[in-house]
Design a protein around this ligand. Structure first.
Ligand code: AGP
Length: 610
């Protein structure tokens, strides 16, 4: 995790870096720092806490200079405090460095450096790296070469930016396992962990790959492999607007992103269906459709919310396309020597496209010869680039740490892939057309649900003081139960568990009393009557019930304490609707508890460490 940013040009770098760090704060927000060369003197200002605390400090210090680097931290080695915050100076005070990643062999490096007389002030792994660069800079220093030599000794992951007092006209950068992008401007250049940090200054970017190293000056750049071969990399034009990464009048990014779902879903589905033929048309899978449809097995792997979407995908692919599916946590998959053969397809789902576990699992699946597909939001991200093929969800930037619009767009893409596969198999054109019509009508149904935001808020108020929650759903709604529980845990710090409704009797029912609310996801599907039975069981034990139910369902209202209604759609798409009241409920409860919705404690948006 952590976010890094750098600027070199003819303007004062401090406000540009602070602005960039604010846009990267979703990657970590326990401490932050800037390092700037001010009239030939390297200066660092750091602060514990949010970037706004750093901003105040920088303003009062009057930090000023045309070249600088910045960092917002999510602690791995060493508690969040000013000493451990980045940038870190080398012992000589000549070199400063910001780092996103983990130096795994830092203790060996540190021991070596101590034997050479280096002293350390922080508890971080990063300080070993900046001192190692300093060590290689002892005699005649060429910063680029010193960084390169040091990185050849490093095991671990890094996205780094390095500044030296002796070469103030360049920022040296390198990447391995943590994202890094160069932004090209006019008489100025930028580096950042992702394009959000620099999109208001430039749309021309170059993505670095693992084991690449380079530098930027104000009017030039160079990129090489770590073993010193010069590279000519593609310059990409990014298609992103600044509005997409601001709150646009909403109190929180999370609320904005929930409310954006009609539009994000339209963007996900746009141009991807052909009604006359009842088929889906996915440009990113062209040339891979047959191999995918003939897969002996599909494995879907992801983490967190994306893993919940994967569970929906399992249900869809098996039910409609008749292909056996397994869903795996990427963190487990990567370490358990999974049995994969060349007739398998492994699909990786990731909003950020940078989740370390998912990326490592992807590399493992590739090594074993499977077809590797990505379902990713962030264009040009590591997972998107490492996949053989894939489908972007086009949900737009998701800044709130709690994933919302990415989840519904992931399910939309999984539904489109299901349609593609099912039509290649047994699904009739008429059935395909029914699904397309339902897909097209979906954004308006989402709008309908969002109109009830105030009602959802008032229902949420009845539950804001609960200490524990149970979320229950069956079939395709079980993943929604898991997702509802995760949303609540993440931002409200209320303990919540998701279960298949029928499993309640096998344990969780023991927890139910008047203080333990149960949320039932209970649309009128094949198991509806059974879910009503489960509601009766909770009521019989004095439990409070909130039901997410169909708009025409009057029966459930007589059983549940509170009911939130959703419009009907094709069964395949129901999770997209049922999850929305749960997203809003988690949001409102967190706001009522006065919590930081967009930056919940201990979390970061993209988990780029193990
Ligand atoms: C969701 O609300 C979470 N913050 C988290 O579980 C997230 O979904 C997970 O870390 C995976 O991220 P990715 O989709 O970017 O790979």
């Amino acid at each position: 995790m952590c976010g890094i940013v750098g600027y070199i040009g003819d303007k004062n770098s401090a406000p540009i870096l602070i602005n960039g760090l604010k846009r990267l704060e979703y990657r970590g927000y326990d401490s932050a720092g800037l390092g700037i060369i001010e009239e030939g003197t390297p200066r660092i200002v750091k602060a514990k806490g949010k970037v706004s605390v750093l901003e105040n400090k920088v303003d009062s210090d009057g930090l000023h200079g045309e070249v600088g680097i910045g960092h917002t931290r999510w602690a791995t080695h060493g508690i969040p405090n000013e000493i451990n915050a980045h940038p870190h100076f080398s012992m000589s005070g000549k070199i400063m460095l910001v780092h996103n990643g983990i130096i795994e062999n830092y203790s060996v490096l540190k021991e070596f450096l101590i034997s050479k007389g280096y002293e350390f002030v922080s508890e971080t792994d990063t300080e070993a790296l900046v001192n190692l660069i300093d060590y290689y800079c002892k005699e005649e220093c060429d910063l680029f070469e010193a960084v390169r030599k040091a990185l050849l000794k490093v095991d671990g992951t890094y996205g780094i930016a390095v500044l030296s007092k002796d070469e103030p006209d360049k920022i040296v950068i390198a990447k391995n396992g943590s994202p890094l992008v160069i932004g090209l401007g006019e008489k100025e250049n930028y580096i950042a962990s992702d394009v959000n940090a620099i999109v208001e200054y430039t749309k021309r970017v170059i993505y670095l790959e693992d084991k690449e190293i380079g530098y930027i000056t104000s009017n030039d750049y160079l990129i090489k492999t770590l073993d010193n071969h010069k590279l000519n990399k593609e310059v990409n034009e990014i298609d992103m607007d600044i509005d997409e990464i601001t709150k646009s009048g909403y109190d929180h990014f999370m609320l904005k992103e929930i409310m954006e779902q009609p539009e994000s879903l339209r963007n996900t589905m746009r141009g991807r269906t052909v009604l006359s033929e009842g088929i889906a048309k996915l440009g990113g899978l062209i040339g891979y459709e047959e191999r995918l449809a003939n897969s002996k097995r599909i494995i879907i792997s992801a983490c967190g919310t994306s893993w919940h979407a994967a569970l929906v995908g399992e249900y869809l692919f098996e039910n409609y396309a008749g292909i056996p599916v397994e869903v795996e946590y990427a963190s487990e998959f990567r370490y358990r020597n999974p049995i994969i053969d060349k007739d398998d397809t492994v699909i990786f789902i990731s909003q950020s496209g940078e989740t370390a576990d998912t990326l490592a699992a992807l590399k493992e699946a590739k090594r074993k010869g499977a077809l590797v597909l990505g379902i990713v939001n962030v264009v040009g991200s590591s997972i998107a680039r490492a996949s053989d093929a894939g489908v972007y969800i086009h949900a737009g930037p998701e800044i709130g740490v709690a994933s919302t619009k990415a989840f519904t767009s992931q399910i939309m893409v999984l539904s489109l892939i299901t349609l593609l596969l099912a039509r290649m198999k047994n699904m009739s054109v008429v059935q395909g057309q029914e699904i397309i019509k339902a897909i097209e009508a979906l954004p308006e149904k989402v709008e309908e649900i969002l109109k009830h935001n105030e009602l959802i808020k008032s229902v949420s108020a009845h539950f804001a003081d609960a200490k524990n929650f149970l979320y229950l759903g069956r079939g395709i709604h079980f993943p929604v139960a898991l997702e509802g529980a995760l949303k609540l845990k993440e931002i409200s710090y209320i303990h919540a568990e998701g279960y298949p409704a029928a499993e309640m009797k096998h344990g969780p029912i023991a927890l139910i009393d008047e203080n333990m609310p149960t949320v039932f996801i209970a649309p009128q599907d094949a198991v509806y009557e059974k879910v009503l039975g489960n509601i009766e069981e909770v009521k019989a034990r004095d439990g409070k019930v909130l039901a997410i139910a169909d708009e025409n369902d009057t029966k459930i209202e007589t059983l549940a304490d509170y009911t939130l209604k959703i419009p009907r759609t094709h069964e395949m798409l129901m999770p997209i609707l049922t999850v929305i009241p749960l997203q809003l409920m988690a949001y409102h409860i967190a706001v009522m508890k006065g919590l930081n919705v967009d930056q919940p404690r201990n979390l970061a948006k993209s988990v780029t460490v193990e």
